[in-house]
Structures are given as structure tokens and as C-alpha cells.
Design a protein around this ligand. Structure first.
Ligand code: GL1
Length: 231
């Protein structure tokens, strides 16, 4: 159970679809793979892959197509998709960071908060470096770090522990149903990034960070900011 009387000191962000628009590149690469396999894959269906690891995503596509593959074939095709994806992100630039993200992170720092990036993507560090936001986070955990996939809260628990904070002292920002569930189950505060209808279990849903200040988020969630409490 999340304790609302605890002051907030940590801010944990998912990457794809929250900080940068890489979800569109993942979709392009998965779509190419689905096409090769003759599996229909409309954009709405990509929502179901959000937060899943590479192998879990591939297995979902195979399931939708009623296809079977050996483990070796799966590894091969997961690699093929990853090569296509890496080709798409090779030329990413800092202007692909979503509007408002940098000022929001700046505000968190001014307020004395700690930041973590927790992503199921094994390419997270490459994306952070090419968009030049790798130095914006105190802690970075990518898909190689998590021991259990979402909706298990492991990735967020690891991030909180690396920040030296308890879950109830942190807000997680995630754009996927599985991420919201993971944060809730882990005892974190959770802000959904997207549409309220898609993320009914989040405490607050924002469309993105553009024009949004940290104090507005804290007010809307009725939380106590660190700066307002004698530590
Ligand atoms: C994996 C999947 C992507 C996406 C991310 C998490 O990324 O392949 O479709 O679900 O995890 O946002 P990657 O292949 O970069 O490890």
C-alpha cells in the first residue's frame, strides 16, 4: 500500500514512449518482421507490446500469427529485428527527446530530487547517448538489468534501491499498462504518460511533459515535495 504522507525524493522514468519517441522505431522494426512472417500487425496491436522484452514481443507476434519457432530460430529473428531497430536509431538526435522532458528533469534536480531511467530495452543506453540525455539521470537500468519482466516490479525496485530510496518515496512515469501495474504492485506512486482511458490504474495521467511543471504534478497528486519538508 502506497503511503501518501511520505515525502517524494525520487523520479523513475521509463524510456520508450516516455522520454523519447523510440516506440515508433520499435513498431517499424516489429512491423517489418511481422510482414516477413505474414503476420498482420496493425499499429493498435503494438500497444500490447509496450514494456515487453525483445523475446516476449517476438513470442507475442508468433502467437498472433499461430506460428511456431525453435529457440534457435527465435534468437535469430530477435537479432534480425534488433539490427533493423539499431539501423533506425543510429541517427537519432537530441531533438527527438519529447518536448518538456529536459525542463522537467531540470526542475527535479533543482528541487533536490534524484532521477533514474528504468527501461526494458537493451538499447536504452545507446538511445540516451545519441539523444545526449545520458547525463540527466543518477541511475540508468536497461533491459539487461531486470531479473524479472514487467508486470513484476523488479525493474523499479532495483532503480529505487540504486537511488537509496523506498518505493513510497518515488514517482514512476510509465506509458504502458504493464508498467503502471508493476509500479503499483511495487508500492510506488505512478504517473501514466498517455491517455487516461488507456491507463486507468495510474494515480494521474499526463499527455506528456510539455508545459508541465513538477510542482503541478505534485499538486495534482497531492504529494509532499521534498523542498517543503524539513529533512
Ligand atoms: C525491447 C523490445 C521493444 C520494447 C522495449 C521496451 O527493446 O524489443 O519492442 O518493448 O523492449 O520499451 P530492445 O529490443 O531494444 O531490448
Amino acid at each position: 500500500m502506497t503511503d501518501f504522507s511520505v515525502k517524494i525524493k525520487g523520479f523513475i522514468f521509463n524510456l520508450d514512449g516516455v522520454i523519447v519517441d523510440t516506440a515508433k522505431y520499435h513498431y517499424k522494426a516489429w512491423l517489418k518482421l511481422a510482414d516477413e512472417m505474414g503476420v498482420e500487425f496493425p499499429p493498435e496491436q503494438h500497444e500490447q507490446l509496450r514494456s515487453l522484452s525483445r523475446m516476449e514481443s517476438l513470442e507475442k507476434i508468433l502467437e498472433w500469427g499461430g506460428l511456431y519457432m525453435t529457440e534457435a530460430e527465435k534468437l535469430h529473428w530477435a537479432d534480425v529485428k534488433n539490427n533493423w531497430y539499431q539501423g533506425l536509431i543510429a541517427n537519432m538526435t537530441p531533438d527527438e527527446v519529447f518536448p518538456g522532458v529536459l525542463s522537467f528533469l531540470d526542475e527535479v534536480r533543482q528541487y533536490g530530487g534524484k532521477t533514474a531511467l528504468s527501461s526494458a530495452s537493451r538499447n536504452a543506453r545507446t538511445v540516451l547517448e545519441s539523444t545526449q540525455i545520458d547525463t540527466c539521470f543518477d541511475v540508468v537500468l536497461d533491459g539487461a538489468a531486470a531479473r524479472k519482466p514487467k508486470p513484476h516490479p523488479d525493474c523499479f525496485l532495483m532503480a529505487a534501491s540504486a537511488l537509496g530510496l523506498a518505493p513510497a518515496e518515488c514517482i514512476v512515469f510509465d506509458d504502458a499498462v504493464l508498467g503502471v501495474q508493476a509500479a503499483r504492485d511495487g508500492g510506488f506512486h505512478i504517473v501514466g504518460v498517455g491517455k487516461p482511458d488507456d491507463l486507468p490504474d495510474a494515480e494521474l495521467v499526463i499527455p506528456g511533459f510539455d508545459g508541465l511543471s513538477l510542482s503541478e504534478v505534485m499538486e495534482m497528486m497531492r504529494l509532499i515535495p521534498l523542498s517543503m519538508v524539513a529533512s
